[in-house]
Design a protein around this ligand. Sequence first.
Ligand SMILES: Nc1ncnc2c1ncn2[C@@H]1O[C@H](COP(=O)(O)OP(=O)(O)OP(=O)(O)O)[C@@H](O)[C@H]1O
Ligand SMILES: [Mg+2]
Length: 252
Amino acid sequence: MTRSSLETPRANAASAPAASLTGIRKIYYKPDGSVLVEALRGLDLVIPRGEYLAIMGASGSGKSTLMNILGCLDRPTEGRYELDGAAVESLGDDELSKVRGQKIGFVFQAFNLISELSIAENVEIPLLYQGIPAAERRARAIDSLRVVGLENRTHHRPRELSGGQQQRAAIARALVGKPAILMADEPTGNLDSHTGRAILETFEELHANGLTLIMVTHDDRIADRCERVVRLADGLLESDRDGGGRGKRRPA
Ligand SMILES: Nc1ncnc2c1ncn2[C@@H]1O[C@H](COP(=O)(O)OP(=O)(O)OP(=O)(O)O)[C@@H](O)[C@H]1O
Ligand SMILES: [Mg+2]
């Protein structure tokens, strides 16, 4: 693991938390305008910069809805969301995608790698949207692949990699834009326990280097390795506890 590529997460104000949610509600409506589901019902959550947080809760409790809002993939119906000190509700759609590209890396549960592209090309995708020249894109993709130990797989296609390697490539893609926050929706859900552990070790090193990490998991053993565990129930925070795990930031 190299430290160089992760040392300077972008930030607005040194003192602002990575994310701050106040009174967040998310209502899904029926086509006739009546309420279908109130998925989040007035949620407050502050995520300090550099935290390693697990989000847990029963199916349907609102975890993915919360992740989508945190990741700027969706907007709340009501409430205030400050990302890195900036009020998200005041941003237009174009500005919001720009902020998302600069500050957030998202690891989807199903990897979402494009099978026709090589691993390096997959990792370069977020940089394409930022208009970064080809040579720099490739150099940064290789840097990012080095972080997850895949620098010798750059020309492979996704199907030529194991499941755990594909997940690591997805993490490299999430990291290539040097986000301040990495979000992962059940990143170890499809992996055997050995490979899952290797992914967690990668996360713990990234966390030790200062990255803010937010992960949805159903597994108590994984949550116990995080610094903090919040549990959702029916669209509200049910509990908020110390994870007390090995993900604790190492002394500098
Ligand atoms: N696009 C949508 N339209 C309508 N209702 C939705 C939509 N997305 C989610 N919901 C509802 O909102 C609630 C919260 O869903 P969410 O996907 O956030 O749950 P979750 O905690 O991620 O569950 P799981 O562990 O099963 O992934 C559920 O009742 C769900 O049916
Ligand atoms: Mg979900």
